[in-house]
Design a protein around this ligand. Structure first.
Ligand code: 5GP
Length: 141
């Protein structure tokens, strides 16, 4: 069965400004925001605005521009948050762990000696998310 994109997913609503988010960066083609259920301190999401469910149905140009943003956010997060490494994750369809069906890339700072948390489980404090968003944003300039 071929799955289709629905504009009613939560990220599409955030892109349209219908639901708030801790925004790190935004331009005409991408939104970067904090994950509200972070797996580590500073876990953010790079979301191309063009509608696609995931990597499987995305336009190659969208993937190319998104990975540039992913690199920029990864470097900024590593520097600003003094992370020891950065994990990039990206899931395609529910069987692979995808829960929101609008293409996105996870940028997860890794801190030596600190375990990465479970996927989409613990809601973070809004003040902490705002602090993280500010720190990453400033390091992107
Ligand atoms: P997926 O499982 O589709 O790869 O990842 C979806 C991610 O979106 C999860 O890590 C989850 O924590 C995050 N998430 C779910 N709902 C919201 C929301 O309303 N706002 C934000 N900022 N992140 C969300």
């Amino acid at each position: 069965m071929t799955e289709t994109y629905s504009g009613e997913n939560i990220f599409a609503k955030i892109i349209r400004g219908e639901i708030p988010a801790h925004r790190v960066f935004e331009d005409a083609d991408h939104l970067v925001m904090m994950d509200i259920f972070p797996q580590s301190r500073g876990h953010s999401l790079v979301i191309p605005k063009a509608p696609s469910r995931n990597l499987l149905d995305a336009a190659p140009d969208t993937l190319a521009s998104s990975i540039r943003v992913v690199q920029s956010v990864a470097n900024a997060a590593k520097h600003a948050l003094e992370a020891d490494g950065i994990r990039i994750m990206q899931f395609n369809e529910a069987a692979a762990g995808q829960t929101v069906f609008h293409l996105h890339f996870h940028v997860i700072p890794i801190y030596t000696g600190t375990q990465v948390g479970a996927h989409a489980q613990l809601r973070a404090d809004d003040a902490e998310l705002a602090t993280m968003a500010d720190a990453i944003r400033k390091a992107m300039i």
